[in-house]
Design a protein around this ligand. Structure first.
Ligand code: SF4
Ligand code: SF4
Length: 138
């Protein structure tokens, strides 16, 4: 095999690998969109222990990217402890009142650190937020 042929082979393999990765991501994304309830009755919740501070959620949050809106996702530094040392790690934090319940952050989080939970007075029934009248505050 000539050098040119080897390079062409390598390019083709890389192209196929990218296509496979894209297909996997699309599949994953479709499943996640189905998995998370969305709407004003739910709010994002971050499992702090799982969050690795990559900021993908904030980059994809519509409230964070709109300049005229207050951020729905902010980051806080948390101290973690091991037997012989402590260290600071960045964690995602949801500002409940600014979250519109779109679930984009939950879909995009690479480690599934975000879930959508019902707001007070709401329940999630068959993956949809449902208002529970009797639980509403006067
Ligand atoms: S995308 Fe997930 S892991 Fe990354 S900062 Fe947000 S919650 Fe944490
Ligand atoms: S659910 Fe939507 S609005 Fe709320 S924090 Fe996540 S991306 Fe932002």
């Amino acid at each position: 095999m000539t050098r040119e042929e080897a390079v062409a082979d390598q390019r083709l393999a890389r192209h196929r690998s990218r296509q496979t990765a894209k297909k996997s991501f699309d599949e994953m994304r479709r499943n996640f969109v189905i998995k998370f309830p969305r709407g004003k009755g739910v709010v994002a919740y971050v499992y702090e222990d799982i969050c690795m501070g990559c900021i993908h959620c904030a980059d994809n949050c519509p409230e964070n990217v709109r300049p005229d809106h207050e951020d729905a996702i902010v980051f806080i530094d948390k101290t973690s402890y091991l037997p012989d040392l402590s260290f600071e790690t960045r964690k995602s934090f949801i500002v409940d009142e600014n979250c519109i319940g779109c679930a984009k952050c939950a879909v995009i989080c690479p480690v599934e650190a975000i879930v959508m939970v019902p707001r007070p007075g709401w329940e999630v029934v068959e993956d949809k937020p449902v208002l529970v009248e009797e639980s509403q505050e006067a």
